[in-house]
Design a protein around this ligand. Structure first.
Ligand SMILES: [Zn+2]
Length: 640
């Protein structure tokens, strides 16, 4: 890797978002999602599955109080993934083993939201929750409500399955977000105490374990960045280097011979530096790869970077849906084999696309790369946005590219594919992940180094740094027009990404185009006008993807479009698009000429040309689907 290309993302406090499209989404997160999630964490939403998140912290804080008072405390089993009211004592831990992380993701989103929008009431609510979290920490720094409540003797005994290090990672991210927003360090101090315990516990001559669900790696790097304590960076590197070494740590501890998949599910089948294909649970995968990229950069580890490069290339070129969804199989919520991208069986978890954005940004911080920046855009404007309803009150966990509600209701193989967004999930990883990404979107727009500022995403607002200020007016999604007012404090280079979808663009000022970026020399105040021509395009998929042979998808700029039953009638599979169609765009919808085959009730008959009639096809942006009740949806359509 070439360290001259390194850059850092710009901290959220230096980026102000002011953008017609994104203001609405951030307001939704602030006014709908965050308050709704607060209620959900407290189990106060009628009809939604209980979270137990806050009640577990209340129980844990009481246990900690009793322990410090020298009282005896009960012991309950800590031996499974999920604890229901039916099979658990009233005083024991309830819900999924990773339930604490929902509280942390909420605090993290609150921190980002407060950065751009101070709100006394919200801050006070968060501080009360933080107090509860801090009160649940054991004296030695340990903090995970499952083990604090149920059985302290089992702490760190099953790293593969029980998520203590995962919850630690989210605790740390929350603590940093809240500290950056408010300067309050109670939660940061708690995270550091837990991190210190983890550093004392794991290492070369200590326990040689590593997280079953990754995230601690990138969280420890963030904690290093803010505290400059080397042990955090060293432990993150240890977790990555130790992972997948043979004999497997999990085998040794759990007393088993290797499981059937050799820990591919946990990306622990071999050492990460030798992993060149994305496998296993997709969210875990991209969280690990994010940590790998962090460590590769900070230690200038070329071999690890080479693995990251291979992994992101594999995802982008063989394992990613057109909407930026990844992890195509429900079995293990996992990456499947190359080019296995079924539309109707897709798993494509919202969190996986959020994690892909984390990974991609870290890769951009190592080297500017238009394909990687394009991947951020693809995942963000399609899968991530689709994960939340237009009123911010319901969410998708799974993001299919084709839906037949009848199949979702009646076919076991498609039970995971929901035709409408759900209010809340017992396993509610996705909604808070969307909230934290959208409220921190400013951190994904720019990176900078000593000589240059890079604009990777075209979101309106202001960005300030030691080099000066950028004021961006963006009409990116509607007209492709963007203006950048550069007010420099010193000379620098401004690099502007040219989106991969755009083959016709103009810049008002002279620039040098190199590897997908336009480079401008800035030595005085400059107003750069950019026009990316937004064409409606028909996109074909590789013929290695069996599901999409003879079909196309319609896109405009970064947005993927889809057909819905509400606009086009049912049996969307009977529709086809005319290859010679003129598209029209009315500001929201795309209209095209197509055909509808006549319904054919005979199951088998001699082949003959299908009878069909001409119809107008109406496409809506994919992220807006399922906002009008249950109905059929399809991204791909046959072309004639
Ligand atoms: Zn999720």
């Amino acid at each position: 890797m070439d360290s001259r290309l390194f850059s850092e993302h710009v901290p959220l406090k230096n980026v102000e978002i002011d953008d017609v499209f994104w203001n609405t989404r951030q307001e939704l997160v602030r006014t709908q999602v965050i308050p709704y999630q607060y209620e959900a964490l407290h189990d106060r939403i009628d009809g939604a599955e209980k979270s137990y998140s806050v009640s577990n912290f209340i129980k844990a804080s009481e246990i900690v109080k009793k322990i410090s008072a020298g009282c005896d405390v009960p012991v309950y089993p800590a031996d499974r993934w999920h604890y229901s009211e039916k099979d658990s004592d009233e005083q024991a831990f309830l819900g999924w083993v990773f339930q604490d992380s929902d509280v942390y993701k909420w605090i993290e989103a609150v921190g980002y939201s407060l950065t751009g929008h101070p709100d006394k009431d919200l801050q006070q609510k968060a501080e009360a929750v933080i107090q509860l979290v801090c009160d649940s920490q054991l004296e030695n720094g340990y903090l995970d409500t499952l083990y604090v409540i149920n059985d302290r003797s089992k702490i760190f005994s099953n790293l593969k399955d029980y998520h203590e290090l995962y919850c630690f990672g989210h605790l740390t991210e929350a603590a940093i977000s809240f500290y950056n927003a408010t300067g309050k360090r109670e939660l940061l101090d708690a995270a550091c105490r837990f991190a210190d315990l983890i550093c004392d516990t794991f290492g070369e001559d200590k326990i040689r374990g590593y997280p079953g669900h990754e995230i601690a790696e990138m969280a420890l790097v963030k904690l290093y960045d803010i505290t400059l304590k080397n042990q955090y960076l060293d432990t993150a590197r240890f977790f990555i280097n130790e992972r997948g070494k043979k004999p497997y740590y999990y085998d040794k501890v759990l007393g088993k011979t290797t499981v059937e998949d050799n820990y591919h599910y946990n990306q622990a089948h071999c050492e990460p530096r030798y992993q060149h294909e994305a496998v296993g649970h997709a969210v875990r995968g991209v969280y690990l790869y994010s940590g790998m990229a962090d460590i590769a950069k900070r230690y200038k580890d070329d071999e690890l970077y080479f693995a990251c490069r291979k992994l992101i290339d594999n995802i982008i070129n063989q394992k990613m849906y057109i909407n930026g969804g990844i992890g195509s199989t429900v079995h293990g919520e996992a990456f499947s084999y190359n080019y296995d991208l079924p539309n109707d069986l897709a798993y494509s978890e919202t969190c996986a696309s959020v994690g892909l954005i984390f990974f991609a940004r870290r890769m951009l911080e190592i080297s500017p790369d238009p394909d990687v920046a394009d991947t951020v855009e693809r995942a963000l404007y399609n899968t991530v946005l689709s994960g939340m309803s237009e009123d911010g009150k319901s969410f998708f966990y799974v993001n299919p590219l084709e839906v037949l509600p009848e199949a979702s209701h009646n076919d076991e193989r498609k039970k995971h594919v929901k035709p409408i967004r759900q209010k809340w999930f017992g396993c509610a990883c996705c909604p808070p992940n969307i909230a934290r990404l959208i409220s921190s979107i400013g951190e994904y727009c720019y990176t900078q180094n000593d000589t240059a500022i890079f604009i990777h995403q075209f979101i309106g607002g202001r960005m300030s740094s030691d080099k000066g200020q950028l004021t961006i007016n963006s009409d990116y999604l509607s007209s492709g027009r963007i203006s950048v007012l550069v007010s420099p404090k010193k000379d620098f280079t401004l690099a502007v990404r040219i989106p991969a979808w755009c083959d016709e663009y103009t810049f008002s000022h002279k620039c040098e185009i190199n590897n997908g970026y336009a480079y401008f020399k800035i030595d005085a105040e400059t107003l750069i006008d950019i026009q990316f021509k937004l064409k409606i395009r028909m996109i074909k998929c590789s013929n290695r993807v069996r599901a999409n042979i003879g079909k196309i998808a319609v896109t405009r700029g970064p947005l993927v479009y889809c057909l819905e039953e509400a606009d086009n009638g049912n049996n969307l599979q009977m529709l086809s698009i005319d290859r010679h169609t003129d598209f029209s765009f009315d500001g929201q919808y795309i209209l095209a000429d197509g055909f509808r085959e006549k319904d054919c009730a005979t199951l088998y008959e001699s082949w003959r040309e299908a009878e069909k009639e001409r119809v107008k096809l109406k496409f809506i942006p994919y992220y807006r689907w399922a906002n009008r009740g249950e109905n059929e949806m399809s991204v791909y359509i046959r072309i004639e």
